[in-house]
Every structure is written in C-alpha cells, then in structure tokens.
Design a protein around this ligand. Structure first.
Ligand code: ADP
Ligand code: MG
Ligand code: MG
Length: 249
C-alpha cells in the first residue's frame, strides 16, 4: 500500500485557488523532492497535508496508508505517522525540549496502541537518537527552540523527527537560509533516517539540498500543479535552466 496518495488535490488559501489538481504517490522507502518557484503552492501543499485550518482543501483525496486524512485532525495525522518540518520552527518558551518530546512520543505511542515509555526507556531512546543526529545534550534541557541558532533549530527538528520515528516525513523548504553546516545537519539527519519503510517529501526551491539528500523522484510544481516528474537528474536540469520555461507557458 502507498504511504501517501494524493489524487487530484485542489486547495485554496483566503478563497484563492492555489493547488489546482495535484497528483502524487509516495511508497515506503521512497524520497520524493518537489521543486518550484516562489508562490507555486509548495507551502500550501504542506499545510494542507498537515491539516492547518487556514488552508482549505476544496477537492480531491489524500490517503495516508489508505486512510482519508479529511477524517483526521492535525494531531491525529501526526499520531498516524506524519511529521512536518517547517521553514521556521516555532519556539515554545517555558517548556523543556525533553518534556515536550516525552509527551509527543507517548502521545504517538498511545495512538498506535503501544506501551507508554517510562523515564528510563525514554532516556535510552534519547541516547540512541542523540548519537544518530549528533545533537548536544544541553539543547535538550533548554526550552523548545528558545534562543536556538538557525542551525540548532534545524538539528533539534531533525532530532524530534528521529525521536518520533514517523512513517512519512515532510520537509518544507527546511534548507532556506541555512549555511552549509546547517544544511549538512539536515541532510545527514534525513539520510540517517532513510529506511525501507519510511517515506520523505522534500520540498525545496533550490537544487543544493538535493546534492546531499539524493531523491528517488523529482517533481516540478508550478501554479499548483506538477508539470514534470523525473529522477534526480531533473533537479540538475532545473538548476541550469531555472523555472522560466514553465512559468511562461
Ligand atoms: P511557495 O511555498 O511555493 O512559495 P505558497 O504555498 O507559500 O508558495 O503560496 C502560494 C500562493 O498562496 C502565493 O500567491 C501566496 O501569496 C498565497 N498565500 C499563501 N499563504 C497565504 C495566506 N495565509 N493568505 C493569503 N495568501 C496566501
Ligand atoms: Mg515561498
Ligand atoms: Mg514555501
């Protein structure tokens, strides 16, 4: 069964049609990249998938492991194994990262019918994932993202992703504004998490990220529709030629 199936999706923001008939299927183990010019609807797509109420799905169907996500609230989508990394991670002052993560991990486990992790098991999991993502211990004790540098926020987000063990990871322009070190953090983290039962949707404006996270499929999104799909070489083509040929059509 596909992990994610998007069929003829239509969506609007503030009564303006943005996504205009989008189709995409992601199978377990696959990494798909969506590239497109500014304003193409990339963030609208990720917000609709996440269940952000400000974005209205106006047509089509989105199935997460065969289940229609219309029936699921945002937190239920997360519990069903969807994880979204956004361009601008939120700060949550006063809530420690560790506390936040324990609550999140156990909420997902509860929804999936698994036992709650006790303090010891949770710390074991933290140690395990810390090594995988190479995050500093002190960042885990601090309030969520509070005063974190751009690179630290990214590392923390990848750490959250590792802790939650999602089935489908969606990264929306998580590379924008990152220096080369932070870019490596994101891509090393994603690559460490790649597995045959997990899928990724990597949304980016720039080809650069895809030098590090090598996708299985690349799709070009222009004006709310996928206008071309191909393998990783399509990303290089776009880098050389830009989006002009599609935008003008
Ligand atoms: P991308 O991520 O590809 O740059 P977006 O999905 O952010 O594109 O935006 C697509 C279009 O929707 C743009 O024209 C943008 O101005 C508009 N848009 C996005 N969010 C909102 C909003 N909250 N209110 C009004 N218009 C919006
Ligand atoms: Mg944009
Ligand atoms: Mg965007």
């Amino acid at each position: 069964m596909p992990l994610l199936e998007i069929k003829d999706l239509h969506a609007s923001v503030a009564d303006k049609a943005i996504i205009k008939g989008l189709n995409l299927t992601i199978n377990p183990g696959e990494v798909h990249a969506i590239m497109g010019p500014n304003g193409a609807g990339k963030s609208t797509l990720s917000n609709v998938l996440a269940g952000n109420d400000a974005y209205a799905k106006t047509g089509g169907q989105v199935l997460l492991e065969g289940e229609d996500i219309d029936e699921m609230a945002a937190h239920e989508r997360a519990c069903a194994g969807m994880f979204l990394a956004f361009q601008y991670p939120v700060e949550i002052p006063g809530i420690s990262n560790m506390y936040f993560l324990k609550a999140a991990v156990n909420a997902v486990r509860e929804a999936q019918g698994k036992d709650q992790l006790d303090a010891m098991d949770f710390l074991d999991l933290v140690e395990d994932k810390k090594k995988m993502v190479k995050i500093r211990g002190d960042l885990l004790e601090r309030a969520v993202n509070s005063g974190f540098s751009g690179g630290e926020k990214k590392r923390n987000e990848i750490f959250q992703m590792a802790m939650l063990e999602p089935k489908l990871c969606i990264l929306d322009e998580t590379d924008s504004g990152l220096d080369i070190d932070a870019l490596r953090v994101v891509s090393d983290g994603v690559n460490a998490l790649r597995s045959e039962d997990r899928g990724f949707l990597v949304i980016t404006h720039y080809q650069r990220l895809l030098d590090y996270i090598v996708p299985d499929f690349v799709h070009v999104l222009v004006d709310g529709k996928i206008v071309k799909s191909g393998d990783k070489t399509l990303a290089l083509e776009l880098e050389n030629e830009g989006y002009a040929s599609w935008v003008e059509e």
